[in-house]
Design a protein around this ligand. Structure first.
Ligand SMILES: Nc1ncnc2c1ncn2[C@@H]1O[C@H](COP(=O)(O)OP(=O)(O)OP(=O)(O)O)[C@@H](O)[C@H]1O
Ligand SMILES: [Mg+2]
Length: 324
């Protein structure tokens, strides 16, 4: 029996002068939830598209369920359930009609298809009232759920989810996390693409961080955080963040790296300080910030996160592009 559901070996994809995926090798074990993480343009979608045969690699080999996808396209299609980054549904049909359409594409029909559709509508918590409306009236979260149900119709062993949580509100995001976790518990192998560090950290057994087409870190979230020796982070909320303040923080001894970050939940700007000894340098952090005339509104000590790992490895924040 093959213990890996996905084996990617030295895969490269070139689009004219862009190297979207650059010599990537990785394995995903059966039943594993694998988080594929990286900023915009890192190559995550291209890698996902190569996994399901939508895009052909320039070089390298990909196996799914032990089958080389180049020679066994039909078999691999059976094994895979794909939820693409861009939602693919028919706007003028309701959820049930969409699922019936996709089910038929997979060769399902009759009572079996009907039962499967009802089961999946329940699983993805789409209520009867909503199910009867055209897809065009659905929220983003509801569309995602229908897309996930569509990918599950033929009971695939491997699920590829490309940024299923992008653009969702916190409530829908949590509902989707629950769906993903249930699939994981059922033993499905899942590749979850995201650019949300907390999502990857919370859900994944293994994580690959991609940047500019390359995998720059691979391991469990715990291993990655440990590896770069960033057990500690200090998060400071000052009354305002100025270049002078950032300069002052950088100079404090014991600060490995410091950067501006946006707290999505609290909707505030913070300064994150990565250090090996948070308690020891706290007094210097406080006095350093006061010395440039800034006031501290709150300070928090916590363990390092995947986002810190990313910043240490790449020297920039995941959301830097969006902030500028
Ligand atoms: N069909 C294509 N033709 C030309 N270039 C492409 C094509 N598809 C992707 N690229 C380029 O390849 C690189 C990787 O893109 P990709 O969509 O895989 O990134 P991503 O990590 O999924 O980003 P995002 O987080 O924005 O979804 C980008 O530079 C992109 O512009
Ligand atoms: Mg993408």
């Amino acid at each position: 029996m093959n213990l890996n559901d996905i084996e990617i070996d030295a895969v490269t994809k070139r689009f004219e002068d862009t190297v979207a995926v650059d010599n990537v090798s990785m394995k995903v074990a059966k039943g594993e939830l694998f988080g594929l993480l990286g900023p915009n343009g890192a190559g995550k979608s291209t890698l996902t598209k190569m996994l399901c045969g939508m895009v052909n690699p320039t070089s390298g080999t990909i196996k799914v369920g032990g089958y080389n996808i180049r020679d066994n396209a039909m078999k691999v299609k059976e094994l895979l359930g794909v939820v693409p980054q861009d939602i693919v549904l028919y706007d003028y049909m309701n959820a049930r009609e969409n699922l019936a359409f996709f089910g038929k594409l997979y060769g399902l029909s009759g009572g079996k298809l009907r039962d499967r559709i009802e089961e999946l509508l329940k699983f993805t918590q789409l209520d009867e009232k909503a199910v009867k409306r055209h897809i065009s009236t659905y929220s983003g979260g509801m569309k995602r759920r229908v897309n996930i149900a569509a990918a599950l119709l033929h009971e695939p062993q491997v699920m590829l989810l490309d940024e299923p949580n992008a653009g969702l509100d916190p409530g829908n995001r949590l509902a989707l996390w629950e769906i993903i976790q249930t699939l994981h518990k059922e033993g499905k192998t899942i590749v979850l693409t995201t650019h949300m560090m907390d999502e990857a950290e919370e859900l994944s057994d293994q994580v690959a961080i991609m940047d500019k087409g390359k995998i720059i870190a691979l391991g469990s979230p715990r291993q990655l955080i440990k590896k770069v020796k960033m057990e500690n982070t200090i998060t400071v909320v000052p009354n305002k963040i100025t270049p002078k303040l950032m300069e002052a923080v950088k100079k404090i001894s014991g600060v490995k790296r410091s950067y501006r970050a946006y707290d999505e939940e609290e909707k505030i700007e913070t300064i994150k300080i990565i250090t090996e000894r948070a308690e020891d340098i706290l007094p210097e952090v406080v006095s350093g910030i006061s010395s440039v005339g800034s006031k501290i509104l709150s300070v928090q000590l916590s363990r390092g996160t995947l986002e810190d790992v990313f910043i240490l490895l790449t020297g920039r924040s995941l959301r830097e592009e969006e902030q500028l």
